[in-house]
Design a protein around this ligand. Structure first.
Ligand SMILES: C[S@@+](CC[C@H](N)C(=O)[O-])C[C@H]1O[C@@H](n2cnc3c(N)ncnc32)[C@H](O)[C@@H]1O
Length: 261
């Protein structure tokens, strides 16, 4: 199966639709990790999420990410997905791993969980799916409002996405959430620089400066034009969760994504 597929072809498929995902998981038993495997993400995950954390994996699909995290020492991962097919499959598969729990749930309404009930939320490709659905900006705001509500003060939201800061910061950098955001950029798995030499992993481990207007520095050139972005958002201690609206206030939030990067 192609490791490099992403949701940038979302004008063709309705990635925001539960029926689409159910049909897909009926066809595709087994497992698939979008964008990156845990081994590549491990330095970032381990840096920001202690293994004792209560973790929420949003839109887990049938990825191996959570299993790999447990094998790496994580003790408590709640996995949710809108697809009942994926959740049934995963719950049966991981019956023997008590560290993993599964619930069918829409990330836009996680009212089942009380406020401030997770130390960390991990999202690999799920906000991206919503950005490809109908009512994309409303869905994104609902989801991120819920993520913010569920994080404990000091908690961390790790977003792994194909969306660059121009597309994502408008959603993440809202005063109501008051998140402190760090950005990392990593190439697709298997990417080779033209000429064959590869950049050392060390340079990817340095955060990239985001400008005051939420953009990449003008002089930054991406080695891999289809890089993946990792946003590490820390909920500051003084965020007032009672102020988080369930729908966008700003009329200037971009509409549904149809971009091909
Ligand atoms: C691009 S896949 C990523 C799957 C997995 N996180 C990975 O890294 O391989 C997006 C996942 O989000 C789920 N999803 C889409 N909309 C959702 C929603 N509103 N609530 C919860 N999950 C949703 C889909 O069912 C799918 O499993």
């Amino acid at each position: 199966m192609n490791m490099y597929r992403d949701v940038s072809t979302c004008n063709t498929y309705n990635y925001g639709d539960a029926l689409y995902w159910d049909a897909r998981y009926v066809q595709e038993a087994g497992s698939f990790d979008w964008y990156q495997r845990y081994s590549a993400l491990r330095p970032f995950v381990r840096k920001y999420i202690p293994t004792s954390s209560r973790v929420l994996m949003v839109g887990c699909g049938n990825a191996l990410m959570s299993e790999d995290m447990v094998k790496d020492g994580y003790e408590d991962i709640m996995n949710i997905d809108i697809s009942a097919v994926a959740i049934d499959m995963m719950r049966r598969k991981y019956e023997y791993m008590p560290q993993l729990k599964y619930m069918q749930m829409d990330v836009r309404d996680m009212s089942f969980f009380p406020d401030e009930s997770f130390d960390s939320v991990v999202d690999k490709g799920t906000l991206d799916s919503l950005m490809c659905g109908s009512d994309a900006p409303i869905s994104a705001t609902r989801m991120l409002g819920e993520v913010s509500r569920l994080l404990k003060p000091g908690g961390i939201y790790v977003l792994i996405t194909y969306g660059d800061p121009k597309a994502r910061m408008v959603h993440l950098n809202r005063t109501v959430y008051n998140w402190k955001i760090e950005l990392y950029i990593i190439p697709r798995p298997g990417f080779e620089k033209p000429g064959g030499c590869s950049t050392s992993m060390k340079s990817y481990l340095e955060p990239v400066q985001i400008t005051d207007t939420g953009l990449l520095p003008a002089d930054l050139v991406l080695e891999d034009p289809d890089s993946h972005f990792i946003y590490v958002c820390k909920k500051t201690e003084d965020t007032d969760i009672n102020n988080i609206p369930g729908y966008p206030l700003a009329a200037d939030i971009p509409m549904r994504e149809t971009l091909v990067k």
